[in-house]
Write a protein that binds this ligand. Sequence first.
Ligand code: SF4
Length: 483
Amino acid sequence: MNEATLTYYPSRDFKANARAALADSNLRQSFRGAMDFLMGKRAAQFPDAHELAELRKLGESIRQKSLARLPELLERLEAKLNENGVTVHWAETTEEANAIIHGLIAAKGGKLAVKGKSMVSEETELNHYLEARGVTAIESDMGEYIVQLAGEKPSHIIMPAIHKTRADIAKLFSEHIPDTPYTEDVDALIQIGRQALRQMYVTADVGVSGVNFAIAETGTLCLVENEGNGRMCTTVPDMHIAITGIEKVIEKLADVVPLYSLLTRSATGQPVTTYFNMISSPRREGEMDGPREVHLVLLDNGRSQAYSDEQLRKTLQCIRCGACMNHCPVYTRIGGHAYGTVYPGPIGQIISPHMLGLENTVDLPTASSLCGACGEVCPVKIPIPEMLMRLREESVRDPHEKVAHPLRGQGAGVDREVKLAWRLWSGVYSKPGAYRFFGWAATRLRGLTPRHQLGWTQNHVPMKPAPKTLHELMRERRKETAR
Ligand code: SF4
């Protein structure tokens, strides 16, 4: 595997990454085409605006109710899973989560892990961690497998390899899978990928997966997928380790139905997926298959920071459908890698600052036109533009200011020059005498207005003071009416 050569674009370099992505016309064209396709599929699934509005309202309320009782539901989930024979582990950081998983595999003397799709394991860079400790982790979701072979991160949360062309995949397979001829035939490529993976399920010591919903009422882990690889990972190897963020818990079984419907229709434009797995326990007495051990790792990684603030808590409502990125004019042009985060696009912009700190993600909340498309399509009604505004505010808040729920990296976006400019502005605008003098001087000196005004004049005509101040205009008007 190519884990050692993983290509990484840090979020701190977002502006440079975005510029490079914009200069790549192939990338822009393929993302535009793919996103148009996905937007069309989603729209076809929601022909009735009224039904969609009702369903979104229901989805939002389920997620909000679950989050309002998060600590209690997590405890109930743990108790129920324990009762069912599933061991629950808690991890505050990505390092802790990786260490727990590696510890479980090492205790069995395991050398090969086969993985179903899990964005949380991308968050922890689990593959890399395991490789460094002598355990090979193979992605079994076709898209994830392709990006793993390429030594890249996923560029979309639902379709990790959406940025790859057929020729890219043909080249990767022929170079990395032994005895594989170069072919661009899609069916043949799928068969090649499947063949390469099939053997892994049988030989793997452990199967790792993510979780879409964790049901507190029954102690059930739900996994939504289309390829059957998730089912193989969670049933064939002797041990199954699931990893998920703490926010994925929902109260009861009945809550799953609307959320599942919103998820599949918003994500891939499917009414249902090919597989919906419900895992409640290890193999029971008399059962023919299934793992003998099941573990769940619950990861925080900055989620409690978002949770502690009532407004930012809404970020955790996310069901990871990816619709916000499909509809985002910024994501569509630059693709997922430019963000430098595991979760790109609008959801990445609002969740990554909690995971990585504002000091590492300060440009992300500004990478939005605030057109509102993300918030409008979000199936659980996360007001993403509001969250972006709030994060922008936090990034320029005085780093020493005491606030109820400080964010990691508060004040990371403070720019001394901008701060000085706003101070001057407030000094002038809060004193009538200074304001009048400034207005008078600006109108008289308007001829000196520079033709280039930083980024503004790239797309706009230069801003120029009016020939007369408002006070002068008002005086003239009054005189005219008095005549
Ligand atoms: S923020 Fe909303 S639209 Fe975006 S991935 Fe999450 S649930 Fe989907």
